[in-house]
Every structure is written in C-alpha cells, then in structure tokens.
Ligand binder design. Sequence first.
Ligand code: SF4
Length: 330
Amino acid sequence: MLATKVIMEQGIHVEGINFFTGFCVEGHTHAIRSKDRNRPKRNNALWVAEQLGIKLHIVDVIEEYKDVLLNPKHGYGQNMNPCLDCKGFMVRKAYEWIREHGFDFIITGEVIGQRPMSQRKDTMPVVARESGAGDLLLRPLCAKHLPPTLPEREGWVDREKLYDFSGRTRKPQMALAEQFGFKDWATPAGGCCFLTDKAYSDKLVDMWQHRSSRDYTLDDIMLLKVGRHLRPRPHFKLIVARDEGEGKFLEGYRRQFTSLKTVSHGGPLVLIDGDVTDEDIELAARIAARYGQGRSADAVELEVTPPGGEPRRLTVAPLHPNDIDPAWHV
Ligand code: SF4
C-alpha cells in the first residue's frame, strides 16, 4: 500500500498484480473455520486495491509455481517457504506482464533487512537479476539504499521523493501510513503464505513422503489447510473436521475419498486419504469415533461411504485415548 501510494503521489498510474499460488493464507481459509467467524472475510489484495483505488489483476500461477516449490535454487526458509525463488518468480511474471500490457516498470513494497531470506542487501539484487527485470524493478520504500534504477535515472520517478527505510523496525512505515491516512493494513510482517507455517509444512512433507511423487493438485494443498491430520498407518491418513465449518468444507470431497460419519452420536466428518482395506477402515472408524460425542460409549455406529459409492453401516468400539499414538498426528 505504501509503495504504491508513494508512486501514485508522483502522478504515476499504477495497477496491482496478485499471484495466486494455492498456498495463500487469503481467500477461503478464514471463511472455513468456525473459530475465525469474526475475522473479516476479505481477500486482502482486492481490499488493498480498493483502498488505493487501483485496478487489480489476479493471476493464477498454481501450475508454474510447482517448480518453484519443488526445486528452489536458493533453498527453503525456516519451513517449506522458498522465499527467494518465489520472489524472483513473481517479479519475473510481473516483468512478462508489464511487457505484454505496455507498462514501464515494476514496484514492490520490499524493504532492505526486513525479512531474513529475501529482503537482505545481498539478496535483493538476486531477485532483480534472476527475474530478468533488472533495473526496471524499483523498491520505493528503500530505493535510497539501492543504486538508481532506470525509472529514477530517466526521471520518470523523482528519486528524492523515495524512501530509505531499512531493517526490521516498522515504525517509519507506520508513520508514513498515518501520513497517508491508512488506518488498517494486511499482514505487515509478511509470511502471507502457508509455506511459512511449520504445521502446514510438516503436513506437506508427510504427504510427499507417503506418495511416490512430490506432485500435488490444488485440492491436495487446500486439504492440508483443513482439519486434524492423523496417519495411523503409512499408506493412509485421516482428515478429521475440527468444527462445523471444516465439516461443511470436507463434505465437498466425499466423492473423492472414503468418508466416515458417526450416526449413533454426534461426530465430525472424517475423510480417509489412501487405499484402504476393511481392516484399515475399521481402525479409521475407531479413531473417528474417538473424536465424536460417543467417545466414552461401548459402541458407536458409523456410516462408511466409498468415493462416489453407497454408504454402509459399521459399529465399532471407540479407540482408547492411550491407543492413539502421538506420532500419528501429522
Ligand atoms: S512467504 Fe510465501 S508467498 Fe511470500 S515470498 Fe515467501 S514463499 Fe513466497
């Protein structure tokens, strides 16, 4: 918001690009969980564009992004976040976009020293170089710490009116936000994607380890955001809805997975991911029963529905909590 406003204040036309990788925290995720019901259900990119009065282009990069995530040249951050490769990729896509649409240069809101991996003095030139954008990439908030870019040298942008922010402090940004009259903003600390989240990254790695390939679909990565994941056996895992909102979301996947629903008591919807035998289904049902209201009952009746098939009934004894191996939790 700040970088855009700084450039718009110089009378320059700016449009926004939001890349959708599938891992974004934005969008539907907050809308699923009942506990997040009070959070604003907004797509922050759209909201920001509206605040700024600019056009926003949402670009789906799910397929192309796979290579960034699976083969990051610069490696991963603390979790499965390939931030440096990711930035290079997004700026490259933006560079392709401006050439196609007749725009002159690219701006980002990056600040030197703000993030440990992708916003260091030595890594910021890497993004400019590897993206191909070179000196068409301007960072208005810390431009004064960087060599003048083409837009500055050509006088399209007045370098004197750009900023010299650096480091992890956000005080100067807050002050500038106040000056511009911004009262609300989104994720000032970055970490806008699930790949920076340890629990999510663990589930992603678990999924890859138990499949013969590291490929993934949008459904795969969406499902990793939802439910409690337990892997009682290497060849299958359970996704247990944690609340009503997640249960409703998982309903949409019953055609793709074997699902379990307790019928004698209240209980969560559970999906089984993997090829399972009757014995596996019985174990899954006992675990599912453990997470329902019949957890202390002697017997719980469930409905087992194969993907796209007819349901059948199964009665099991809920698994005792001591029999749930903590290592099953993904
Ligand atoms: S936090 Fe996620 S979206 Fe942002 S740069 Fe890192 S990997 Fe890319």
